[in-house]
Ligand binder design. Structure first.
Ligand code: NJP
Length: 238
């Protein structure tokens, strides 16, 4: 029977390419994003020949939204094999400039979103005694960005801690939990644009997606719990 995956934040960037590469592997998809762009992405994938793509406008930080997506996926496909927690945002400014609203919002999307989606899929994965949950954290989960990165870094450390802990909690249920930690990736992240000339040597969305597919499609008895990837030109203090 085909495998199924829920991918958060798949309107564009890394999530969209993960959707494409998993679809190419024959995985049935539920993709979600907080804007209606998610429907255009689903159309694009269908035009490329991938038929099993359900799209949802859903905010990962909203419990009801995410529960609906998970329930509808289970109803349509019968099971939930993979969750790719990819949705994330970043504001980069000095700590004096970060507002409480920005702090809360970034934690809601980057951390609470991962918690809610994970919480929602676990009962179904436990029923099947199988599942894979991969979260796109960041290489900043291992060091801190010197300037302007305090808020974003704090959220990704939180995600790393959360995932590391549940990885052990659900191992006995046949569920694999891992994180992928990229350095600079050419996407729309932090109000940027994909394909800018100055990002030519950054990681590509296809690099990250291929690594996620590798983690997600690993043999059942194997867990790839953490991957760190950097463009060669990026310094990465350890
Ligand atoms: O960014 P971008 P990336 N609920 O902006 C969606 C991490 N990362 O692909 O909501 C649901 O192109 C948004 O869609 P929409 C990063 O922290 C990146 O680079 O419809 N979805 C879009 O599809 C993040 O965790 C770099 O506007 C929500 C997607 O998220 C992940 O990679 C480095 C949402 C963001 O696409 C993907 O980011 C690194 C919500 N509330 C880690 N809010 C890097 N690019 O350099 C946003 O270490 N989305």
């Amino acid at each position: 029977k085909s495998q199924t995956a829920i991918i958060t934040g798949a309107s564009r960037g890394i999530g969209k390419e993960v959707a494409r590469q998993l679809a190419a592997e024959g995985v049935k998809l539920s993709i979600l994003g907080s804007s209606s762009q998610i429907h255009e992405t689903a159309e694009e994938l269908k035009n490329e020949g991938y038929e099993d793509v359900l799209a949802f406008v859903a905010d990962v930080s909203n419990e009801n939204d995410i529960e609906q997506v998970v329930e509808k996926t289970k109803k349509a496909y019968g099971k939930v094999d993979m969750l790719i927690n990819n949705a994330g945002i970043g504001k980069f400014k000095s700590v004096e400039e970060v507002t409480v609203e920005e702090w809360k919002k970034t934690f809601e999307v980057n951390v609470q979103g991962v918690f809610l989606a994970t919480k929602a899929v676990l009962p179904y994965m436990k029923q099947e005694k199988f599942g894979t949950i991969i979260t796109v954290a960041s290489d900043v989960s291992r060091y801190t960005i010197p300037e302007g990165g305090s808020l974003y870094t704090a959220t990704k450390y939180a995600v790393q801690g959360f995932m590391g802990s549940i990885a052990q909690e659900v191992r006995k249920d046949g569920i694999r939990v891992g994180t992928i930690n990229p350095g600079m990736v050419d996407t729309y992240f932090a109000e940027s644009k994909q394909g800018l000339p100055e990002k030519e040597n950054w990681l590509k969305v296809s690099d990250i997606a291929a690594s996620i597919v590798h983690m997600a499609r690993a043999p059942k008895h194997m867990l790839i719990d953490e991957l760190h990837l950097h463009p060669l030109e990026q310094e990465y203090p350890r």
